[in-house]
Design a protein around this ligand. Structure first.
Ligand code: NAD
Ligand code: MLT
Length: 314
């Protein structure tokens, strides 16, 4: 960069001001949300970096058109919306902010599990229609129930801590951690086929990969306890939505709490027609604190890369 030129950064999804302010101190920053892929391809050649959340698809054609691109930043955990292979081919670092929203996603999952157990969204909707149906919304307790946690990473282990404090027993499945490590967290590690059989509630916290896609499928649903409750605040598709729908309709599954879907927004999903399903529109990371954390993290990583240092999330 010549001394008189500033790096140009495109922010193509809503990003917390704290992150934008960090960039503006030394860079020219354009915030342009809702660009189509064609529009993005048209403008990306003017920028040294692009920062996104989950809304922008940073596809191979976008990356190819980004002839000046030096950095792609994802203000959040999952980089599923970025073609990382195309970025690697061009030698462009892709950085995320995986820990900034851990507590937000953890607390959202706990809120979903409690809401599911006590039918809070359904009861709210009912009372607002001026109904007073106390027996219809009989709930269940978490106390002494078994929670199956699939994926014991940042979020999975924070869920374990909180569920243990509520006197739940924890079954865990994660092929990348040891039984000893799980035991230190108060989690009994087991194979997924065993976890689905012993759990009253099952929550998934893995990335979506070829191995985790439909990890919870019809065969595994069939072996679950009658009246099991499922929670997905990780990525749509880890639980097979058709299998979940069939299990809910048959009554095998008593309820499901979903923040993420195989296709988002899930307006055509039959799951939205079921009273036993409670939903939020991918709000797991949507707290003031988390959005500040992830925006600041990617902004700092962007500046580090401009300064010739490696991107390293804080
Ligand atoms: P993480 O990488 O810290 O943990 C993921 C865990 O999954 C790891 O321990 C890993 O060993 C395990 N895992 C990988 N493959 C597995 C497999 N085949 N079977 C079982 N376990 C497997 O990730 P995290 O920060 O805890 O995030 C978990 C998920 O939550 C991710 O999908 C992330 O994108 C998602 N997320 C969603 C929201 C939201 O808004 N709803 C917010 C933050 C994170
Ligand atoms: C993530 O991967 O961090 C979450 O899904 C939240 C987001 O959309 O940023």
């Amino acid at each position: 960069m010549g001394f008189h030129l500033k790096y140009r950064v495109l922010v193509s999804d809503p990003l917390a001001e704290e992150g934008i302010d960090i960039l503006r101190a030394t860079c020219d920053v354009d915030v342009r949300t809702d660009l189509s892929e064609e529009q993005l391809i048209d403008v990306i050649g003017d920028y040294d970096a692009i920062l996104v959340r989950s809304g922008t698809e940073v596809t191979a054609p976008v990356i190819e058109a980004g002839t000046r691109l030096k950095f792609i930043g994802r203000a959040g955990a999952g980089v599923d919306n970025i073609d990382t292979e195309a970025a690697t081919r061009r030698g462009i670092p892709v950085a995320n902010a995986p820990s900034g929203n851990t507590m937000a996603a953890t607390e959202h999952t706990m809120a979903m599990m409690l809401s599911l157990a006590r039918n809070i969204p359904q009861a709210t909707a009912s009372l607002k229609k001026k109904e007073w149906k106390r027996s219809k919304f009989m709930g269940v307790e978490l106390n002494e129930k078994t929670l199956g946690i699939v994926g014991l990473g940042r979020i999975g282990r924070e869920i374990a801590k909180r569920a243990i404090a509520m006197d739940m027993k924890i079954a865990g499945y994660d092929p990348f951690i040891t039984k000893e490590n799980a035991a230190q967290m108060g989690v009994e590690l087991m194979e997924v086929d065993d976890l689905v059989k012993v759990s009253d509630f099952i929550t998934v916290h893995t990335p979506l990969t070829p191995e985790t896609r439909h990890l919870i499928n019809a065969e595994r649903v069939a072996t679950m306890k009658d009246g099991v409750r499922l929670i997905n605040c990780a990525r749509g598709g880890i639980i097979d939505e058709q299998a979940m729908y069939d299990g809910l309709v048959s009554g095998k599954i008593a309820g499901a709490a979903l923040d993420v879907f195989e296709s988002e927004p899930p307006f055509e999903s039959p799951l939205l027609t079921l009273d036993t399903v409670i939903v939020t529109p991918h709000l797991g990371a949507s707290t003031v604190e988390a959005q500040k954390n992830v925006a600041v993290s990617v902004a700092k990583q962007c500046l580090a890369v401009f300064a010739g240092e490696p991107a390293k999330y804080a």
